[in-house]
Design a protein around this ligand. Structure first.
Ligand code: G3P
Length: 214
C-alpha cells in the first residue's frame, strides 16, 4: 500500500518526502484554503516539484461541463496532476469524458460501494472512500474499504482504492490489511504513527548503557 499525504502544506510535504515514504499527495478545497500564500495553480505545481507521484487537485464546478473544463486546465499544469471530482452523476460524466482524453481522475467523497463501482465503470483512476467520515456516522468506515476492494478484485476493475479521511494510525494499518492500494494521511497521523514510547525509552536506555561503558 502506498502512502500519500493529505495536505497542501509544503513544509509537511517536504518533511514526509524526506522520510522516503511518500508516493503522492491529495488536496481538497478545504486544505488549499488553509494555505494562505500562493494561488491554487502555484501550490499544486510546487507540490508536483517536491513529490514525483500523483497529485490530486479538486474541481470546484458542480456540472460536468465545468468539471471537464477545470480538469483540462489542471492537467496542463503538470503531468502528475490527477483531477478530483465528487461522487455525483455529473462527476461520473466528467470522469468518462476526461478519461477519453487521457486525463486521470480521482473520484472523491465516496460513501458507498455502488459509488465506487460506478466510478470504476466510468474510468476513474482512483476512488476515495472517506473512512473517518463514515466512522463519524456510527458505521464502520473500514467495512467500506473491504467491500470496494472485494468488488474491484472480483470484477477485475483497475481503479485504485485510496483510503481517505484517515484519522489515526489504526486506520492506516487496517487499510493496508483490507487491501487498499493507497492511504492518504494527514501529516499529524504520519508523525504519530512513528512515535512509540518503547522506541523512545529504548533509545534512552541504549545511549545510557553506551555512555556508562566509556
Ligand atoms: O482529502 C479528503 C479527505 O481525506 C478529508 O479528510 O479528515 O476532512 O474527513 P477529513
Amino acid at each position: 500500500m502506498q502512502i500519500y499525504l493529505d495536505t497542501a502544506n509544503l513544509n509537511e510535504i517536504r518533511e514526509a518526502a524526506s522520510w522516503g515514504i511518500l508516493s503522492g499527495v491529495t488536496t481538497n478545497p478545504s486544505l488549499i484554503a488553509k494555505e494562505k500564500g500562493g494561488d491554487f495553480r502555484g501550490i499544486i505545481t510546487e507540490i508536483a516539484s517536491l513529490v514525483d507521484g500523483p497529485i490530486s487537485a479538486e474541481t470546484i464546478a458542480l456540472d460536468a461541463d465545468g468539471m471537464v473544463a477545470e480538469g483540462r486546465e489542471y492537467a496542463q499544469w503538470h503531468p502528475n496532476v490527477i483531477v478530483k471530482v465528487p461522487s455525483t452523476p455529473a462527476g461520473l460524466q466528467a470522469v468518462a469524458r476526461l478519461a477519453a482524453e487521457g486525463i486521470r481522475t480521482n473520484v472523491t467523497l465516496c460513501f458507498n460501494a455502488t459509488q465506487a463501482l460506478f466510478a470504476a465503470r466510468a474510468g476513474a483512476f482512483i476512488i476515495s472512500p472517506f473512512v473517518g467520515r463514515v466512522d463519524d456516522t456510527g458505521i464502520d468506515g473500514m467495512s467500506l474499504i473491504r467491500e470496494i476492494v472485494q468488488i474491484y478484485r472480483l470484477h477485475h476493475l483497475k481503479t485504485l482504492v485510496l483510503s481517505a479521511s484517515i484519522r489515526h494510525p489504526r486506520h492506516i494499518i487496517e487499510s493496508a490489511l483490507a487491501g487498499a492500494d493507497i492511504a492518504t494521511c494527514p501529516f499529524g497521523v504520519i508523525r504519530q504513527s512513528m512515535k512509540h514510547p518503547l522506541t523512545d525509552s529504548g533509545i534512552e536506555r541504549f545511549l545510557a548503557d553506551w555512555k556508562a561503558r566509556q
